[in-house]
Write a protein of this length. Structure first.
Length: 188
């Protein structure tokens, strides 16, 4: 599991995505990218970079600004079920195919877990990419928290990365770029 690349490809990617080696702070959580898929028992969230053909999908919510679709796992929920639910809730889409390739290895300063069933204070956010089809408007299906979707943008990958970087989300820009590379490599 994780990114299936040769040592040379992995070294090249490391140089291209050096920002992923730096801590990513968000609210009371600090994360570092790891190119390993976390075990389910350590996973609290799943986030995927969606693609429609060769275009990337970005989500903008009132609460988080520009980000990747994804969210908190429900109690006992399988990863594939969470990806399906999150795509429907966030972008009104259906994941035709997805692959996890890494994680935000995370810790929090919060005294209690975000939800009682989630690992705490060390946990992982599973990361991947998905080929999606938009089937309708975003639909809340009873996840942990409902977000106010302001915009869904379907853009060439370069434009999506630039938009995230320009809006102070360089780690997410690098994640989108890496997801694009991993997706292309998996098609070989």
């Amino acid at each position: 599991m994780g990114i299936d690349l040769s040592d040379d490809e992995r070294a090249s990617l490391r140089g291209s995505f050096a920002i992923l080696d730096t801590p990513y702070a968000w609210r009371q959580v600090t994360s570092r990218f790891r190119d390993e898929v976390p075990p389910r028992e350590r996973t609290s969230h799943v986030h995927v970079v969606p693609f429609i053909g060769e275009q990337a999908v970005l989500l903008r919510t009132e609460e988080d600004g520009w980000s990747t679709p994804g969210g908190t796992l429900l109690e006992g929920e399988a990863i594939d079920a969470a990806v399906s639910r999150e795509m429907a809730e966030a972008i009104g889409g259906r994941a035709e195919r997805f692959e996890l390739f890494g994680q935000w290895d995370s810790s929090t300063t919060q005294q209690t877990p975000y939800r009682p069933w989630l690992p705490h204070p060390h946990f992982a956010l599973a990361l991947g990419w998905a080929d999606v089809v938009i089937t309708g408007p975003p639909e809340f299906r009873g996840g942990v928290e409902e977000k106010t979707v302001l915009e869904i943008a379907i853009l060439p990958i370069e434009d999506a990365v630039e938009r995230l970087t320009r809006n102070d989300r360089p780690h997410l820009g690098a994640l989108y770029s890496l997801a694009h590379q991993v997706r292309r490599a998996s098609a070989r």
